[in-house]
Design a protein around this ligand. Structure first.
Ligand code: IMP
Ligand code: MG
Length: 501
């Protein structure tokens, strides 16, 4: 039996989630299980704020909505977007167009009739709110995600199914937009007008000088979009539930990461969905009790974050946060500017820059440079409370040339006395598992352990025993100090660069 078969013995429903701030290399792992194992690959949370790179005909494409398993259409495999996905038809159509151009099949794609629709007013609200907030902005991806979930809970949301019922769609859209217009009237009209010219809003075709939104233009466009995917719309809950009953292999593909969860993440600098295994299961019409195995991905021995919010182990601290928040900083700009230095630089900020360049850590959705920090075990201990203790380590190869590796094993709390329920946290307290709030984390100073790096190329290694002893020691340390199992690790981009324990 090979490693994959052993791991998935008696597993029918497998969830792949992320235990950090997203961008941990989920796409590669999902692709691996999609190719070798799954009958159904289902997404259940997030929307076009997610981004993954897929290689087609040797060329790289960035997809946001379509699941990472899309290239596997053999033997009746189905890829679907579940009810919990924030569904943006414009982006979905763009992605279909790429597949069509590249000659890739997509008749194995399904879209939940119950998924909520991202509408132009969600995009406007998201962007205007961020401009308004100034320094207090969240640093969202601008994809309308927050306002979409607000509409959902505010009971003014529309679903994919509305697109199949023109009159319902028109009526509900007017109702939903009327509320938004009242809200936008208090904002600067010039800001609103400016935002409405954005390319994601079709360069201004939805703008109306008096009413703000030209509702007919929206109806027109959305009804055009749906023509492209009408046949894919169905009750995906039933499809997934029936697959579970018939013991098919169901792969649930997470988006974002636990630390971005609106329920369990570092609030309020989070996304508006719940990327935990609970949220993911719910987003495809299942209960998390029906998930046989959850694998939580952990980038190691470093981590990244995009957007605002405290990042205790960030290399270069505020300097890095500020640098990465500058919209002029791109991959090309960094490569031009930082020609001397290395991943072993004694300057934390510079070390972070080189890890970013080495690891290709630039947002797939926004192109923003991702903030780089050391692996944070306190936050990992928090994440596994919700996602369980089976983890995967990815991107280890990024550290091939590192002489010394720092890992945060706990924090020293230095803020004002904090009442955490009945627990009193005073200055000087050692924190092993933090309160996941931005206010709390901002007073947490990392306590690091130092580990000797492996300083060698690990590509091509096929089993744990062959890994350099320094790396094995680091893996043992992560396991024992978080009480986790690590059944596989990823040491490169290729599907073959995966080692099962
Ligand atoms: P939103 O999801 O666009 O509302 O953004 C909220 C926060 O989540 C921001 O800090 C984003 O940078 C972050 N975020 C959203 N999606 C992703 C992702 O796929 N990877 C990393 N960060 C994300
Ligand atoms: Mg991503």
């Amino acid at each position: 039996m090979n490693g994959l078969d052993m791991l998935l013995r008696d597993v029918f429903t497998l969830a792949i989630v992320c235990n950090q701030w997203g961008d941990t290399g989920k796409g590669k792992i999902v692709d691996l299980f999609a190719a070798e194992w799954a009958d159904i690959i289902a997404r259940g949370t997030g929307g076009a704020n997610a981004g993954h790179t897929i290689v087609i005909n040797g060329e790289e494409f960035i997809f946001h909505l379509i699941p990472s398993g899309i290239l596997h259409d053999g033997a009746g495999k189905i890829n679907l977007l579940g009810r919990g996905v924030a569904f943006d038809p414009r982006i979905f159509c763009e992605e279909l167009e790429i597949l069509r151009k590249e000659g890739m099949a997509y008749n194995h794609l399904r879209v939940s009739k119950d998924a909520h629709l991202v509408l132009p007013h969600h995009l406007v609200l998201d962007r205007v709110k961020e401009i308004d907030a100034g320094k207090l902005k969240i640093g969202t991806t601008g994809r309308g995600i927050g306002p979409l979930y607000v509409s959902h809970y505010d009971r003014t949301g529309l679903t994919v199914n509305h697109l199949l019922n023109k009159d319902f769609f028109a009526k509900e859209l007017k109702r939903s937009i009327a509320r938004t217009v009242r809200q936008l009237r208090i904002d600067d009209p010039e800001v609103v007008k400016g935002v409405m010219q954005h390319e994601h809003l079709e360069d201004g075709i939805y703008y109306h000088p008096e009413k703000i939104f030209d509702v007919d233009a929206i109806i027109d466009k959305y009804l055009k979009y749906v023509k492209e995917f009408r046949d894919m719309i169905c009750d995906t809950d039933r499809l997934v539930q029936s697959a579970v009953i018939h013991k098919k292999n169901v792969l649930l593909e997470g988006a974002q990461g636990l630390l971005l969860s609106v329920d369990y993440g570092a609030y309020p600098y989070v996304t508006s969905s719940d990327p935990s295994v609970n949220g993911l299961a719910k987003g495809v019409g299942l209960s998390e009790r029906e998930v046989d195995l959850t694998l939580g991905i952990v980038k190691a021995p470093y981590m990244t974050r995009v957007g605002e919010g405290t990042f205790p182990t960030e290399m270069g601290g505020d300097e890095s946060a500020k640098w990465c928040g500058n919209t002029k900083v791109t991959r090309a700009a960094e490569e031009k500017r930082f020609t001397t230095g290395s991943v072993n630089s004694k300057n934390d900020f510079i070390q972070g820059v080189f890890i970013r360049m080495f690891g290709g850590e630039y947002g797939a959705t926004t192109g923003r440079p991702r903030r780089i920090g050391c692996l944070d075990l306190p936050l990992l201990r928090h994440a596994i409370k919700y996602n369980g203790n089976n983890i995967i380590l990815t991107k280890l190869d990024v550290f091939n040339e590192c002489e010394e590796i720092r890992i945060c094993e706990a924090y020293e709390y230095v803020g004002p006395t904090y009442n955490n329920g009945q627990e009193i946290i005073s200055p000087g307290h050692r924190v092993e598992v933090p309160v996941p709030s931005n206010e709390f984390l901002k007073y947490c100073i990392p306590i690091y352990t130092r580990h000797k790096g492996w300083e060698s190329d690990i590509s091509g290694i096929k089993n744990f025993q062959e890994l350099p002893q320094e790396l094995r020691a680091i893996i043992r340390y992560i396991k024992s100090s978080t009480v986790t199992n690590i059944p596989l690790i990823s040491i490169g981009r290729d599907r073959n660069d995966t080692i099962f324990d």
